[in-house]
Design a protein. Structure first.
Length: 109
């Protein structure tokens, strides 16, 4: 197990996230706090990382996990063109909490 990386969310340098980025790129799992729970992050294109995530969560592959995207461009890179309703909702609510369930384009594990 790796040592924790403690970051003050009110005053940090983006370079402090590099160890977490490196861990994700190497197929690892990174845990991070949100306002309601602890999230687990992996590379969505790495089958081994996805398998490890499902094992850690005690889930089968039939029970999908969410993917967090920064903006419409990232969503469209990952799942293809967004339906018009999804685009309108993201314009109204982003940045902010919004959950959408969209079909994938097969590019992710």
């Amino acid at each position: 197990m790796s040592n924790p990386i403690l970051i003050n969310s009110h005053s940090f340098n983006i370079s402090e996230l590099q160890p977490a980025v490196k861990e994700i790129h190497s197929g690892g799992i990174v845990m991070f706090p949100t306002d309601t729970l602890y999230g687990l992050a992996v590379d969505p294109r790495n089958w081994n990382a996805i398998e490890r995530l499902f094992t850690v969560k005690g889930r089968t592959a039939s029970n999908a996990v969410p993917m967090i995207c920064a903006d419409q461009e990232q969503v469209e890179r990952e799942v293809g063109l967004m339906p018009d309703l999804a685009k309108e909702l993201s314009k109204l609510f982003w940045p902010g909490p919004l959950t959408m369930v969209l079909d994938g384009n097969g590019s992710m594990a």
